[in-house]
Design a protein around this ligand. Structure first.
Ligand code: AMP
Ligand code: ZN
Ligand code: FE
Ligand code: FE
Length: 283
C-alpha cells in the first residue's frame, strides 16, 4: 500500500483539478489518497467519481488555526479526516473562512496595486475560479504580469509574511478547529508541526496541549521536516499516543514536491480510519 494523506487540488491552492489529482496519484502508485483542500470539501465529489478500482479516498480538509492553549499563539494547520460534509457547524465555519480569505486576498492585491505593482483583483479572481483563495493564486497572477518568475520567488518577495503588502489570514482557535472536526465525526491531526522554512514551528508543549484537546494524529514525515525533526516527532507521537502520519502536502505545480514524497504506514492509516465516524470511499 502507498498511502499519501495530505494533498491539495485546484479547489484550494493546488493546480490539479480533483479528477486529475486522482489520476496523477494512481500513476504515482498511490492506493490510499487523502484530499485535504484548505477550508473546503468541494473537491470530494469529483475525486470520488474519478477513483479507479483499487484506490481509496480519505476525504479531508486543512484548517488554519492558532494555538490558543499555550502562551505563544503559534500558527498551526489542523487536518480533519472524514468529517461529515453536511455538518452545519462545520459547513458554516468553512464558508466563513473562505469569505474571509477572499477579503484578505483583495486587501493584499489592493496594497500591491496601490504601490504600482501591475496586478488587479479580476486577474486573481479569474485564476482562483471559485476555489478557496490563497497566496499561491496571487503568486500566479504576479507571474502572469511578469513581476516574478516563480511561485517561490513570489513567496520570498512581495507575498512574504514580512512584506509590507502582507495581511494575515483569519484563523480559528486550534481547540475550536479540533472540536469542529470531531463534532462532525472526523479525526483531527496536526499538519507539518516543524515546517521551519515557512515559519511554522509548533513546540512540544503546544503539541501536548493539542493532544489534550482531542488531536489524534500528527505528521511526522513531511517534506518540510528534516531527519532530526522526524525522529523527534516520532518519539513525541509515541509518548502522546498520537497516530504518526506521513504525507506529501502536494500542491501540483505550485510546489516542487511530488505525490507520495512522504507516506503513511498502513497500521497508522488503519488506526485513523478506526477512529473516524464515517467510512472511507473505495474505488
Ligand atoms: P496562504 O494560505 O494564502 O497564506 O498561503 C499559504 C499557502 O501557500 C500554503 O498552502 C502553502 O502550502 C503555500 N506556500 C507557502 N509557502 C510557499 C512557497 N515558498 N512556495 C510555494 N507555496 C508556498
Ligand atoms: Zn496550500
Ligand atoms: Fe498546511
Ligand atoms: Fe497542506
Amino acid at each position: 500500500m502507498t498511502i499519501d494523506l495530505h494533498t491539495h487540488s485546484s479547489c484550494s491552492d493546488g493546480t490539479d483539478p480533483p479528477a486529475r489529482l486522482v489520476r496523477h496519484a494512481a500513476a504515482a502508485g498511490i492506493t490510499v489518497l487523502g484530499l485535504t483542500d484548505h477550508d473546503t470539501t468541494a473537491g470530494w465529489v469529483e475525486a470520488i467519481a474519478a477513483l479507479p478500482a483499487g484506490m481509496t479516498l480519505v476525504p479531508g480538509i486543512e484548517l488554519s488555526a492558532r494555538c490558543d492553549l499555550g502562551s505563544a499563539r503559534t500558527a498551526v494547520h489542523i487536518l480533519g479526516y472524514l468529517p461529515d460534509p453536511g455538518d452545519a457547524a462545520l459547513r458554516d465555519a468553512l464558508a466563513e473562512l473562505r469569505a474571509s480569505r477572499l477579503r484578505r486576498a483583495e486587501t493584499i492585491v489592493g496594497r500591491l496595486a496601490a504601490d504600482g505593482v501591475p496586478i488587479d483583483w479580476q486577474q486573481v479572481a479569474t485564476l482562483a475560479a471559485g476555489a478557496t483563495v490563497g497566496r499561491p493564486h496571487i503568486a500566479r497572477a504576479l507571474i502572469d504580469s511578469g513581476v516574478v518568475d516563480s511561485v517561490g520567488a513570489a513567496f520570498a518577495g512581495p507575498l512574504n509574511a514580512r512584506s509590507p503588502y502582507y495581511q494575515p489570514k483569519a484563523d480559528l482557535p486550534a481547540s475550536e478547529a479540533i472540536r469542529l472536526v470531531r463534532a462532525a465525526g472526523g479525526v483531527a491531526a496536526l499538519a507539518h508541526p516543524l515546517a521551519r522554512r515557512r515559519g511554522l514551528v509548533v513546540d512540544d508543549a503546544d503539541i501536548v496541549a493539542l493532544a489534550g484537546a482531542g488531536l489524534a494524529g500528527i505528521e511526522v514525515d513531511h517534506p518540510d521536516h528534516d531527519e532530526a525533526d522526524r525522529r523527534h516527532l516520532a518519539a513525541l507521537a509515541e509518548r502522546l499516543d498520537l497516530i504518526a502520519l506521513g504525507s506529501s502536502d502536494y500542491h501540483g505545480t505550485n510546489k516542487t514536491t511530488g505525490l507520495a514524497a512522504c507516506t503513511t504506514a498502513s497500521a497508522s492509516y488503519r488506526a485513523l480510519v478506526e477512529l473516524a465516524g464515517h467510512p472511507v470511499v473505495l474505488g
